[in-house]
Write a protein that binds this ligand. Structure first.
Ligand SMILES: [Zn+2]
Length: 120
């Protein structure tokens, strides 16, 4: 789902993307100075490899995310939010979701078995 930057107003624009077992749901709102605030939740589940035993397991997701999207290069510093740059006047929500998923996948997660062993 691609949203044209100019279509985003101070009235929140809801979106809902379902991709595999993941639901990415939230809103976009114009925040001034060529910035759009995205507030969303990522829920569902993804398959991950345990970093200890390399076994694949399902990780339930329930993440709240919020960040600003800049129309073009962002050269200021925002204290409150991370700023993601978008280009060509478009906000590609699928791509934003993909990079969030990549971020989650780049963490270290252990499967239930390994978690239990760690506790013993
Ligand atoms: Zn494991």
């Amino acid at each position: 789902m691609i949203v044209n930057f100019r279509k985003v107003t101070p009235t929140p624009l809801d979106f809902n993307i379902e991709s595999n077992d993941i639901v990415f749901k939230g809103s976009l709102k114009y925040d001034g100075e060529n910035l759009v605030l995205l507030e969303a939740t990522i829920s569902g589940s993804i398959d991950l490899d345990c970093y200890l035993c390399a076994e694949t397991f399902v990780l339930p997701l329930d993440e709240e995310i919020s960040f600003l999207i800049s129309n073009g290069v962002y050269s200021n510093v925002n204290e409150e939010y991370d700023v993601v740059e978008s280009f060509e006047g478009n906000i590609d929500l699928q791509e934003l979701l993909n990079s969030e998923i990549e971020l989650i996948k780049s963490g270290y997660y252990s499967c239930e078995n390994c978690k239990q062993e760690e506790r013993n």
